[in-house]
Design a protein around this ligand. Structure first.
Ligand SMILES: Nc1ncnc2c1ncn2[C@@H]1O[C@H](COP(=O)(O)OP(=O)(O)O)[C@@H](O)[C@H]1O
Ligand code: SF4
Ligand SMILES: [Mg+2]
Length: 433
């Protein structure tokens, strides 16, 4: 694993529109078991000792620019690395690699008083309003605490400001002396918002702030956040797994999958012109309200792979319905689909060796492959006949799936936007020339 390069420049020339710049950010966690990265330590005169270290690649080379005054929505399935990204940006977690610039200043270069002062400008709102509010503290104290920590105002001034803030977030300032349990879920999240605002920040990271709330309450809290943003000139990084929430709040959207950003663009562009099969699947899997239609159009296939050993090339390739066939075989769509379906069935041991003839007919009936492809398929069937499933799986995967450009190269493409002129990025080889 690499360590941080020492930074030579403390302050870079800031892009005027950009408040936060995330550059090649990585956050790996050490996982306890496994065999992926093997380190060998030789002790003086002793025998070599081997340690097995695995890394959970929770955030893997993410770059994003967040513009002043915008809401950048970050969306993706649970476990894809959204919270880790947020916490690493805020330096609640130490990055494994990469930088975060706030107003042109590298946060990694700050320490002591300078870092403390910067922290005032950057706040966070978490998902669970219950656990982030100390039940023994009155609301007034909860809202005032960050101001006190940063030495802002005197006792009286802080009380006055806390009451103003309660009013501003839609709570009754008279409730200053109440305890969190006396409030509803939505109101508790408003207390959190008031607390986050207390230090007068420029940038707020909202990590699933409405996910725990009733749908009817969600819209009200989102509206308050929007109004506050306008009023106070705030910049948001807004995380959610719910697309309707993301659509409502975001100016631009980043779609995350297994530690990486796979698509990025204006809200309109992502919803009306999605260019990554993962984004398309996410949009398609939103339940359709019409009862005559099927509940969901297309459900994502397969399981999310482990971030310890993510797939090579495009990380979405193990679930992607559009994987590109390897050039050397010149398969047509039907042949390629058959090979992928068969490989998946073998990987999942979906049939018994007694059904081999039937399976051959089911997957390949009516298709005639070139000699070399046919040979490989026959060889794999031979393995299955001998109950050597792993060999069959390996042969099929190595011969076909791993020859796809989707497995061989990491995709990175800019596509032409249909809506507006903002950059539209899609990490999918379907966009190669
Ligand atoms: N402290 C940690 N140690 C090891 N793995 C972690 C830790 N925190 C998160 N992870 C792993 O990192 C991945 C991303 O998690 P997270 O950032 O919480 O995703 P999300 O917020 O998108 O649901 C998951 O596989 C999770 O298990
Ligand atoms: S690069 Fe290949 S596997 Fe990845 S999303 Fe595009 S088509 Fe699918
Ligand atoms: Mg999370």
């Amino acid at each position: 694993m690499t360590t941080r390069e020492p930074q030579t420049e403390m302050k870079r020339v800031p892009d005027e529109d950009v408040l936060v710049e995330i550059e090649n950010l990585k956050k790996y966690f050490v996982s306890e078991s496994g065999y992926i990265d093997r380190f060998k330590f030789e002790l003086d005169g002793g025998l070599p000792i081997e340690y097995d270290i695995n890394y959970v690649k929770a955030v893997d080379d993410v770059s994003l620019k967040i513009k002043k005054g915008e809401t950048l929505g970050l969306v993706g399935e649970s476990g894809c690395g959204k919270s880790t990204l947020a916490r690493t940006v805020l330096r609640l977690l130490e990055p494994t690699e990469g930088s975060v610039y706030f107003d042109g200043e590298d946060l990694a270069d700050l320490s002591g008083e300078n870092l403390r002062r910067r922290r005032k400008d950057i706040q966070m709102i978490f998902q669970d309003p219950q656990s982030s509010l100390d039940p023994r503290w009155k609301v007034g104290k909860i809202v005032e605490e960050p101001m006190e920590a940063h030495g802002m105002l005197d006792d009286e001034g802080r009380e006055r400001r806390a009451k103003e803030l309660l009013d501003q977030v839609g709570l009754d300032p008279q409730h200053y002396n109440r305890y969190p349990h006396e409030f509803s879920g939505g109101q508790r999240q408003r207390i959190n918002i008031a607390r986050a605002l207390s230090t007068n920040p420029d940038f707020i990271v909202c990590d699933e702030p409405v996910s725990a709330l009733d749908v009817s309450i969600q819209a009200q809290v989102l509206n308050t956040l929007k109004e506050l943003q306008e009023e106070l000139d705030l910049t948001f990084l807004f995380i959610a797994h719910d697309l309707s929430v993301i659509r409502y709040i975001s100016d631009r959207i980043a779609v995350m999958y297994l530690g990486e950003i796979v698509e990025f663009g204006d809200e309109k562009e992502i919803f009306n012109n999605p260019q990554h099969p993962y984004t398309q699947s996410l949009l398609d899997s939103v339940p359709v309200p019409d009862p005559d239609q099927e509940g969901r159009k297309k459900i994502l296939e397969g399981d999310v792979p482990s971030p310890i050993n993510p797939p090579s090339g495009c990380r979405f390739r193990t679930r992607c319905p559009d994987v590109i066939p390897p050039e050397e075989f010149a398969f047509d769509d039907e042949e390629w689909a058959a090979i992928r379906r068969f490989t998946r069935a073998v990987t999942r041991r979906e049939f018994d060796r007694s059904e081999l003839a039937e399976m051959k007919e089911r997957y390949f009936g009516g298709l005639s492959f070139r000699g070399d492809t046919d040979d490989v398929l026959e060889e794999s069937l031979g393995y299955i006949e001998d109950e050597e499933w792993e060999q069959a799986e390996q042969l099929l995967t190595e011969t076909f799936l791993e020859k796809s450009i989707c497995a061989k190269e990491k995709p990175e493409y800019d596509v032409t936007p249909e809506f507006g002129s903002s950059r539209h990025y899609a990490a999918c080889h379907l966009h190669r020339d």
